[in-house]
Design a protein around this ligand. Sequence first.
Ligand SMILES: *Cc1c(COP(=O)(O)O)cnc(C)c1O
Ligand SMILES: [Zn+2]
Length: 575
Amino acid sequence: MLVIPTAIPMKVELECEACGHHQPYLVPTPPCPHCGHDWVEARYDYESVRTLWPAILEQRPFTMWRYRELLPLRDDAYQITLGEGGTPLLRARNLSMMLGTPNLFIKDERQNPTNSFKDRQAALVISMLKEANLTEFIVASTGNVAISYSAYSSHAGIKLWTFLPSLVPPEKMREIAIYGSEVVKVTATYDATKKVAARFSHHKGIAKGRGIRDVGTRESMKTLAFEVAEQLAAHLGPPQPGIPWRAPDWYIQAVSGGMGPIGFWKGYCELYQMGLVDRIPKLAIIQASGCAPMVHSFQKGLSEAEPVTDPHTQVITIATGDPGPAYSYLYKVIKEHGGAFEEVTDEETFRALHVLAKMEGISMEAAAAAAFAGLFRLLSKGIIKRDETVVVNCSGHTFPVEKFLLGRDWLKVLPGTLATTPLPTPARPKSTAENLLGALDQIDARVQRIVIVEDNPDAARLLRRILQTRGDFQISEAHTGPEGLALIRALHPDMVLLDMMMPDMDGFAVLDHLKADEELKDIPIIVITAKELTLQERKRLQGQIQILLQKGTFMDEDLLEGINALLGKEEGETA
Ligand SMILES: *Cc1c(COP(=O)(O)O)cnc(C)c1O
Ligand SMILES: [Zn+2]
């Protein structure tokens, strides 16, 4: 049996990309306190990692977490994993023969838990949120981030709000809903949807993912580079004596926000700095012609992106019109190091999708196929040479959830800038801002306060999770009796979930205190016990509590039904 050494936590600091100012590592990622620049980089102790890695890596399994010394999670106890990363690097034998490119490889990112490479991002970011003790989070997404973050949030016991442009296919929306996330469809473009999500975040005081500006999103994608470097060395041998790992000549990816190539680039820069590879690959950034702000801005020689306000592509996953600072970063990389921005039509993308399925047995979603269409173009233009080593990211193939599993009320629709049907003139015209805030308020209206008093953190997480997925409750947790009492006194909740078996002050004692307090004695109590109660204990609870549930024997419906009844809701209202 292998003994896997526990991770040695490495020092990580945040460095401002503009002024070089260093600040301590923080979640969510703050801007630079010195100059206000909104792009800071995680920096590690590379020399120590270089000495540690050879011996440690030999004993670790092939998952993305084997590189955890260069990931910004401090404590492995917070690691949320569903088995992401460690995907195969496949040799594209038939395609290689067809194209005359002997060293063509496919990084098969479909083989992640939710079938896209977003799972790397979700695993790290959700772990970081967990470590930072956040219990709710907001993301705007073109689909796959929302799916992936939903799965990991569910696992972590974090409530996720997802904001999606209306063009995201309903199958993907259902996939998000099945994990218990809130699904808010905004009738607008992705860029406008991000703004709605930002206002919601501000309004509710819940942190929101800031995409490329968050350190975790970029850092997670470095693991693609680390894996490819090791896998390519296994395929082709080390490049020269003393240099163990290998770099391809090209990394090709279909791009929307640019997380993948930016993380991949940083990963290889770190490997190069540590002397583990002999060079850094060129990036090929592929976008859909109908929404190719990076490609078109580069053609015009712009160092800042000109946003596309009216995307025209069926490849919704990569329809980001405003890439913001990601473009400026990639512009600089490709100007200084070589590489390519290339566009492909939807027709080319769907043709590539067929070719890969028929020639290599790899079926993928259109966004992934766009990268292969890009490969074909760059080869025919002579930008990629046929003897060069190429890695294409087969970024995903999301299989949507069975459509009959969901009830009716899982989707909220907010007005945005895209009117799907002509709107009648309202009797009392309001500004869109008012409309929007009104709509946000409606989402907010159902909040009810619940306190969980439970000493077992796993049980507390389970209870929190059941509540989160079934309504918009404001949930607070206490892990001891005295802490619970203090919390109940401070919050005056609408309900208390109380564990009976706790060390020091047990649930019976908490109950006695509550019942003796004029102000608190009427708060409904649901008691959750780990064991069968004795007759005497049952007698003690009689008349004092509303519901008694035994752990391991109740389904979440039992709990929810009880709660709804106590809060005086119509059945189904919170489902
Ligand atoms: C998100 C996504 C992309 C684009 O990735 P970025 O690096 O964030 O631009 C490509 N393909 C699939 C399947 C994706 O989910
Ligand atoms: Zn700065």
